[in-house]
Design a protein around this ligand. Structure first.
Ligand code: ZN
Length: 282
C-alpha cells in the first residue's frame, strides 16, 4: 500500500526564548502586522510572509554597503555562557552550534588568558578588565596592548597557534563571553588571585579519614575530624621529589606539571600516644 502523502508543506520553526507573556507579546505584534498587511494587500497572509516582510523592512532601513556593520546592527544574541536572565529577549533564529564553531578552539585558551590576567593585573580591578578585553584584540592578531612579557610581544617570529578571529560575529561572541563572565563583572573580587587549592586539599584529607560509605558514631566522627586536621597540618606543603610533565596539547594549563610528593609522615600518631601516656603516668 502506498503511504499517504502528507498534505502539509514542510515548515520551519523559529525558537524565541521567553515565558507566556513574551509569547503573547510576540503574537500580538504578529497579529498587528498581519492586520496592516491584510488591509494593504486585501487578502490573507501567512506567518512566513509576515516575517519575511518585517525582515525585508528591517534590512532596507538598516541597509548599509558594509556587510560587517550590518552584522553588528542585527543585535545577535547567544546563550553561550550567558545566564537566561541576562539574555536580551529579542527575536533570534537559533544557530547556536554554528555560532560556537566560530569560536572553536578559543574556550580553553580564553580560560588560560583569564588566569593570566588575574595574576598580572597587579591587584587593580580596572587593569584586570582591560586585560580581559584585550584578549579579543590578541585573537584578532593585534598585540599592541598585550603584556610585554607575553610571547606574541617577545617572539619576532610569533605566529598565532590558533586561528585568528576575523568575523565580526565571532568577535562579538567572544566579547560577549568576556563581558558576561563573573570575573569581568566583579573584578575586585578576583584581583588577589586567591585560589581554593588549600581548601580542596583539606577536603581530600577529610575524605581519607571519614569514609562516606561508613556510618561513624559522633565520637568516632569527631576523632577522625581531629586526626584529619593533624595529618593535614603535618603534611601540607611537604616537598616533592619530581615534577611530571604530561604532554597534553588540548589542556595548556595542565602544562605546569604535576608534583610527585614525598610520602606523608605520621609523627602526630606518636605525639598523641606520648601525650596519652604522660597524662596517665605524670
Ligand atoms: Zn598578544
Amino acid at each position: 500500500m502506498m503511504e499517504k502523502e502528507s498534505k502539509r508543506p514542510p515548515c520551519f520553526k523559529i525558537s524565541v526564548p521567553g515565558d507566556d507573556s513574551k509569547k503573547k507579546d510576540v503574537l500580538d505584534k504578529l497579529q498587528h502586522v498581519r492586520s496592516i498587511i491584510v488591509k494593504e494587500m486585501n487578502h490573507p497572509v501567512n506567518n512566513a510572509y509576515i516575517l519575511e516582510k518585517v525582515l525585508d523592512e528591517f534590512i532596507s532601513t538598516h541597509s548599509l554597503d558594509n556587510s560587517e556593520t550590518k552584522m553588528e546592527n542585527m543585535n545577535l544574541n547567544t546563550y553561550i555562557q550567558v545566564e537566561k536572565k541576562d539574555v536580551d529577549q529579542q527575536l533570534f533564529v537559533t544557530a547556536e552550534t554554528s555560532l560556537q564553531k566560530l569560536l572553536e578552539d578559543k574556550v580553553e585558551s580564553v580560560a588560560t588568558h583569564f588566569h593570566w590576567a588575574i595574576r598580572n593585573c597587579e591587584q587593580n580591578p580596572k587593569e584586570l578588565k582591560d586585560l580581559l578585553i584585550n584578549v579579543v584584540e590578541h585573537y584578532k592578531n593585534n598585540h599592541t596592548k598585550c603584556h610585554p612579557d607575553s610571547r606574541c610581544k617577545r617572539d619576532l617570529n610569533y605566529e598565532p597557534k590558533r586561528s585568528t578571529i576575523n568575523k565580526p560575529i565571532a568577535e562579538k561572541l567572544l566579547l560577549g563571553v568576556i563581558h558576561k563572565s563573573v570575573i569581568f563583572k566583579s573584578p575586585d573580587h578576583f584581583v588577589l588571585a586567591r585560589d581554593t587549592s588549600y581548601v580542596e586539599s583539606f577536603n581530600n584529607t577529610m575524605n581519607m579519614f571519614q569514609d562516606k560509605r561508613i556510618v561513624f558514631s559522633d565520637a568516632n566522627y569527631n576523632t577522625r575530624a581531629c586526626l584529619a586536621v593533624c595529618h593535614w597540618n603535618e603534611n601540607v606543603d611537604r616537598g616533592f621529589t619530581s615534577i611530571w610533565n604530561p604532554e597534553r596539547r588540548n589542556a595548556p594549563r595542565s602544562m605546569k606539571g604535576k608534583k610527585n610528593y614525598k610520602s606523608p609522615s605520621y609523627s602526630y600518631r606518636n605525639n598523641i600516644w606520648k601525650r596519652q601516656i604522660n597524662s596517665i603516668y605524670l
